[in-house]
Design a protein around this ligand. Structure first.
Ligand code: ADP
Ligand code: MG
Length: 459
């Protein structure tokens, strides 16, 4: 594993990467950044969580002419959340360049505002295909000076049926450009796409299989009617700090949610029906420790930067083996042991065979003994999320909030957790015991010379 200092980047850029605590490059970064910096097209495959964003983000930033206020790079992502995450990561990587302008353009936000922002120009645009295409056709987004195009989570975009939009969008960009395509899997459709939109790409693949020793996998066969109760019992028994329960359908999500609710377990769900604002909130509350259980469909969860989970529960086995490998790959990272439980019907044994074949293992379906009712009291999350109606656009910084809570109001710094800033709202996690006091402070004290409305997110 090589350090970033082996790359031909400016010293300020390297210093900033170091300040992000990125010391050595991940495999995909080590293999893809050098050809990207040389200007080659790159078609890269690596599993979720392997650092693909920084791989292309470093490439984009290295190439940027910040004096020239034109869109020079376009990043397409399949979902709004991914666009949000990618924007955040590029912003962190770009901290060494104060004048760089980054715009996130996705559905779920007013188009008029986006047109207005675009009229003031930007260096980098990150967005979802639908909205980008609309703004291109309106003439609000101009790609004439684009030097780089990135297709992030390309497989996902194809799964979601974005192929026509992508081809249409690329037709607006100069043919003489650098195109980077990142994907977690490498189906034939990606190869076809790369042939049509890329120029002699360097192909890079990083092993997708996971260390079998780090993730403990269990397969339980049971009647479908007992599955929801089995989920509760697994949670009660293992008390994982964070768990995603994966479901194949929204309907299953609902069943699991209902059972958890009936048992008094605090969970959140993420599926296609949620509005953008709700999805963002759910993800923030899950990742800041205010909620220990997330119930999700693959479509909603794929590609999101949720990792280091203590456990993954497959409420049902996915149809594709690769999906299984992805799901469980979110647990047991960085040396810590992860748990992966799969609940299956007798009919699913064929799927288990395929998983065994693909991962070169020999798991068998077991019977799960469990009690009908179990104690879940100590599964309450330690944190709770509060928000104020001010964010990045109101020039609120994380330091402002931390300062307000801790300085004269005496909430211990250790009781304050993650602070997530959005454009017009900021979420802060605090220890449950300090929640009431924190709410009072946020409501009654001025921050940046202004009073904000605060609320607790707890249901
Ligand atoms: P991917 O797109 O491959 O799923 P991400 O780009 O979202 O993965 O990165 C996953 C996480 O790893 C992010 O939180 C990111 O900040 C972090 N990360 C990226 N590169 C490094 C590195 N070289 N060292 C440590 N952490 C890294
Ligand atoms: Mg990614």
């Amino acid at each position: 594993m090589k350090p970033f200092t082996t790359l031909p980047l400016s010293q300020v850029f390297l210093d900033n990467i170091q300040s992000l605590k990125y010391e050595t490059m991940t495999d995909i970064q080590e293999m893809s950044i050098p050809p990207i910096l040389k200007g080659r097209d790159v078609l890269a495959q690596a599993k979720t969580g392997s650092g693909k964003t920084a791989a292309f983000g470093i490439g984009l930033l290295h190439n940027m002419d910040t004096q020239r206020y034109r869109v020079q790079a376009l990043v397409l992502c399949p979902t709004r959340e991914l666009a949000e995450q990618v924007t955040g990561e590029i912003r962190r990587l770009a901290r060494f360049q104060h004048n760089i302008k980054l715009l996130k353009i996705t559905g779920g936000f007013p188009m008029r505002k986006q047109e207005h922002s675009l009229s003031h120009q930007a260096h980098i645009v990150v967005g979802t295909p639908g909205r980008i295409q609309k703004l291109l056709h309106k003439g609000a987004l101009i790609l004439d000076e684009v030097k780089m195009v990135v297709l992030d989570e390309a497989d996902r975009m194809l799964d979601m049926g974005f192929i026509d939009q992508i081809e249409d969008i690329l037709a607006f960009a100069p043919t003489k450009r650098q195109t980077l395509c990142f994907s977690a899997t490498f189906p034939d459709e990606i190869k076809a796409l790369s042939q049509s939109v890329m120029n002699d790409p360097v192909e890079i693949t990083v092993e997708t299989q996971h260390e079998p020793t780090v993730i403990k996998q269990f397969f339980y066969e049971m009647a479908p009617t007992t599955k929801a109760k089995a989920v509760v019992s697994l949670l009660a028994k293992h008390k994982p700090e964070s768990t995603i329960v994966f479901c194949n359908t929204k309907d299953s999500c609902r069943k699991v949610e209902q059972e958890l609710l009936a048992t008094g377990l605090h969970s959140l769900a993420i599926h296609g029906d949620l509005e953008q604002k709700e999805r963002t909130e759910v993800l923030i509350r899950f990742s800041n420790g205010s909620c220990r259980i997330l119930v999700a469909t693959d479509v909603a969860a794929r590609g999101l930067d949720i990792k280091d989970l203590s456990a993954v529960i497959n409420y049902e086995l996915p149809f594709e083996t690769e999906t299984y490998v992805h799901r469980i790959g979110r647990t047991g990272r960085a040396g810590s042991e992860g748990l992966a439980f799969s609940l299956m019907k007798a009919k699913d044994s064929v799927r288990l065979d395929l998983i065994n074949e693909f991962t070169n293992s020999r798991y068998i379906a077991e019977h799960l003994e469990f009690e009908e009712s179990c104690s879940v009291e100590d599964l309450a999350p330690s944190m709770i999320t509060l928000s104020i109606n001010g964010g990045r656009r109101n020039k609120i910084s994380a330091g402002d909030i931390l300062g307000a809570l801790t300085s004269k109001n005496g909430i211990p710094g250790d009781d304050v957790g993650k602070i997530d800033r959005q454009d017009y709202i900021t979420f802060v996690a605090v220890k449950r015991g300090s929640a009431a006091r924190a709410l009072k402070v946020l409501e009654e004290d001025q921050i940046k010379g202004r009073l904000f409305k605060a609320m607790i997110h707890d249901s």
